[in-house]
Design a protein around this ligand. Structure first.
Ligand SMILES: NC(=O)c1ccc[n+]([C@@H]2O[C@H](COP(=O)([O-])OP(=O)(O)OC[C@H]3O[C@@H](n4cnc5c(N)ncnc54)[C@H](OP(=O)(O)O)[C@@H]3O)[C@@H](O)[C@H]2O)c1
Length: 339
């Protein structure tokens, strides 16, 4: 017997990728329910090669009898509907930022802290981390195990798909407008995104950082180690899919480039592509549609006693969102929700 699985936000960037990932990985579902807003009710979305699902209105949906919900309808909507689904007995894997830092909600990357999933029983909700955090901790965990990380300085190059489907359209429309000499008007972003970069993702915090930067700091501590210091600068770039990160790491103990490369090469979910020649590294355009977190440009930072620098790239809609959520669901059904 298989599972009843609901995908909340099924018309969105993450929701569509979740449906695709469930189908590709042959997740044992008897029934898949696609939910979105009232606006989309009745529309159709594809599931796998030849199945079509009719969208139902989340607000009217009763979660009784649903085993697992993969949820990505935005933080405010999740705040209302994830607890409602959990109260009906469904385990919710929530992709929004709403529950991530609540102390009794596990925040999970299966390659890094799968044991945290056990804590889902109290609230019935498991949080999926921010896309930039996920790919960073996948790459950092094997290095932390080797030489204990003290401090991380990260700059991100984040694609427009991380801001939803309307943001991708804005990049497309602005790019076209520039070529035909039409006026460029920002709507979703604060400034022109085509042929530009914007050092601002999510709202500003009191200390001058942005909430996206804050998320990378606090989520890394919660998932990996509260003692790691993180300084982040998050930047939106005119790329459709795939986030890149330039990461500088300071360790407590000595670590060589060869040791780091060997540990990363056998780490789950990581692919090392690091040839130190033109093209011997991975870029976002090549990681779109792929499951791995790619690590390139591994090199010593000689300015601190034990330092390394890396370049990390992943598909933000897959490992950064849908794939991570489905991997959590796979651990859930293997270890906790056996049928
Ligand atoms: N994109 C990423 O890389 C990424 C990564 C990790 C987490 N997330 C998080 O996942 C969430 C969704 O991101 P996205 O990129 O998929 O956004 P998106 O493309 O804009 O899609 C939003 C989805 O939410 C649905 N929705 C909006 N309001 C709703 C309501 N009142 N009731 C029910 N459904 C509603 C939309 O349905 P309609 O089509 O009916 O409006 C749509 O299916 C966000 O919280 C985001 O922060 C995104």
């Amino acid at each position: 017997m298989g599972y009843r699985v609901a995908v909340i936000g099924a018309t969105g960037n993450v929701g569509r990728e979740m449906l695709q990932t469930l189908a590709e990985r042959d997740f044992p579902c008897d029934d898949v329910i696609a939910l979105a807003s009232e606006r989309s009710a009745g529309r159709e979305v594809s599931f796998g090669e030849d199945e079509v699902l009719k969208i139902q209105d989340l607000a009217k949906f009763d979660f009784k009898g649903v085993d697992i919900a993969l949820s990505s309808p935005g933080a405010k909507v999740s705040a209302v509907h994830s607890p409602r689904a959990a109260a009906a007995g469904c385990v919710v894997i929530d992709n929004t930022s709403h529950f991530r830092m609540e102390h009794d909600i596990p925040l999970v990357v299966p390659e890094v802290n799968p044991e945290a999933i056990a804590k889902y029983k109290k609230r019935g909700i498991i949080a999926n981390p921010n896309c930039s955090t996920i790919q960073m901790v996948v790459a950092l965990k094997p290095l932390h195990d080797l030489a204990k990380i003290k401090r991380v300085v990260v700059s991100t190059y984040q694609s427009t798909s991380g801001a939803g489907k309307d943001a991708m359209d804005e990049l497309f429309n602005q790019t076209r407008a520039i070529y035909v000499n039409d006026p460029v008007e920002p709507h979703k972003f604060t400034k022109q995104i085509a042929f530009n970069v914007i050092p601002h993702i999510d709202v500003f915090m009191e200390d001058g950082s942005t909430k996206e930067e804050w998320k990378m700091v606090v989520e890394t501590k919660k998932i990996m180690d509260p003692d790691i210091q993180v300084s982040a600068t998050c930047v939106r770039v005119p790329v459709f899919i795939g986030h890149a990160e330039s990461i500088n790491v300071e360790f407590e103990r000595p670590i060589t480039v060869a040791q780091a490369r060997a540990a990363l090469s056998k780490a789950p979910g990581v692919v090392v592509v690091d040839q130190r020649e033109p093209g011997g590294y991975v870029t976002p355009a090549e990681c779109a549609g792929e499951d791995a977190t790619y690590v390139s440009r591994i090199r010593k930072d000689p300015t601190v006693p034990n330092g390394l620098s890396l370049w990390v790239v992943a598909d933000n809609l897959r490992k950064g969102a849908a794939l991570n959520a489905v991997q959590i669901a796979e651990v859930l059904i293997k270890d906790y929700l056996k049928k």
